[in-house]
Design a protein around this ligand. Sequence first.
Ligand SMILES: Cc1cc2nc3c(=O)[nH]c(=O)nc-3n(C[C@H](O)[C@H](O)[C@H](O)COP(=O)(O)OP(=O)(O)OC[C@H]3O[C@@H](n4cnc5c(N)ncnc54)[C@H](O)[C@@H]3O)c2cc1C
Length: 497
Amino acid sequence: MHYSNVPDTRVRVLRDETPRPDGDFVLYWMTAARRLSWNFALDRAVEWARELDKPLVIFEPLRAGYRWASERHHQSIIDGMGDKAGRLEGACVTYYPYVEPEPGAATGLLAALAGHAACVIADDSPTFFLPRLLEAGRKAVLCRMEAVDGVGMLPLSVPGRSFSAAYHFRRYLHKELPAHLGPRPSPDPLAAVALRSLEGLPAEVIARWPAARLLEGGSGRSSLDGLASIPIDHTVGAVPWIGGETEARRRLQSFLETDLARYAEDRNHPDLSVVSALSPALHYGHISAHEIFHGLTEQEGWTPARITLPHNGRRKGWWGMSESAEGFIDQLVTWRELGHGYCHAQPDFRSYDTLPEWAVQTLEDHAGDPRPWLYSLEQFEAAATHDEIWNAAQRQLVEQGVIHNYLRMLWGKKILEWSAHPREALDTMVVLNNRYAIDGRDPNSWSGIMWVMGRFDRGWPERAVFGKVRSMSSDSTRRKVRIDRYLGRWGSQPELV
Ligand SMILES: Cc1cc2nc3c(=O)[nH]c(=O)nc-3n(C[C@H](O)[C@H](O)[C@H](O)COP(=O)(O)OP(=O)(O)OC[C@H]3O[C@@H](n4cnc5c(N)ncnc54)[C@H](O)[C@@H]3O)c2cc1C
């Protein structure tokens, strides 16, 4: 019987076989939790390698043929690969980063590698092409295979359903989460272990699928030999944000030390920039929610004994932390895991028809309302609307791959208001968000976009176009939030079309 420190609630056995005694190594197929610390899947792989007394291979592939594949997303993942390669120098594991030179080139690679493995550990992740990839992997792998969930603080398998609003989920978390705060992934799973080393990866595998040639790119960046010739969208270029665990941890420290204290009061002001900016690192799996939560609780000197009853879904006061820390956890845990859980429980989460009934009804009732302005995808993409704040947000998205959270809500609400039909608005948001945002193509992408259309929200007083769905206006944004410096940077450029 396998003894494990990784909770059973986080492990899905995809192939229930005894590990192959003649396998050459344990294989960790790293596709979502792209990090070497605070990673339950890596913990599990290390446990198996120790128990079987086998070497460990960490295989991190990057495909070319998925929707919205661009230099921007590739660069972020390549930064992370370079970071890992550096951190693993001299370590007791074999790291095999692989970047597809063209779509489909990796076909057969997992099967070939797994053919030499005793067992395979994979990442469980609820969105984008990852569930399909995992299912294809399950068919290709013929030995024991497990998928491990390292997504959030609450294991995805625990609720067994989705929630219609943050309030309901918060109430649920108040009851259930404390029991799951104990088991944590290891901060440094490779530090204290001595694993058997591998002579080399199988020759026929490495000959056909050579490891990525990663080069030092300066200032924490990595570059990939041959990136320019991979047929991905090179018009969506790299952004200043640097991927990888080292940079993510640096960002976390700086947030905790300088910004967290002002989070409750100032998080909505684009000019003050006190948010964590960790969503891309979370998206690429370069940092885990556990590590962030741990940093926060250390800083607060917090222990679970400070949790206060009753479990009534209150946003403030339940954790027994500072107001800013509680506000931040509400985003990191309640909102983030509300959306991840939704995608896990509702595989058709992308569909307009999965919006709450009241939202579809009211949006359809108002679908024929005259729009004050009407724009096409191309006009939105070119930041060519009449609205200075909207254009500024879109320019920041295209150039830097991010939009401040408050403006992101406005950005979505205005696309809903200025599109011919809510379904068209949904398509426009999905395309622009996922093409340009470095945290795009994430369960949170669908949380945010669908929230614009009414998911996780309640009805508001009825008005044109929006119906009972919550509306937002640029004028009140200008009044409510500090935005002058932001507009100075992004708002004054000439329109592009
Ligand atoms: C139209 C629209 C599209 C969005 N698309 C994305 C997306 O593609 N990827 C993405 O990660 N987020 C998306 N969001 C949610 C939110 O805007 C970002 O998570 C947040 O702005 C990230 O900035 P931060 O890391 O500084 O957040 P912080 O305020 O520092 O919060 C910490 C973490 O909590 C989580 N979080 C914060 N706000 C939300 C939220 N509203 N819903 C779910 N989780 C949240 C994120 O993981 C974030 O990194 C979208 C929101 C809207 C309205």
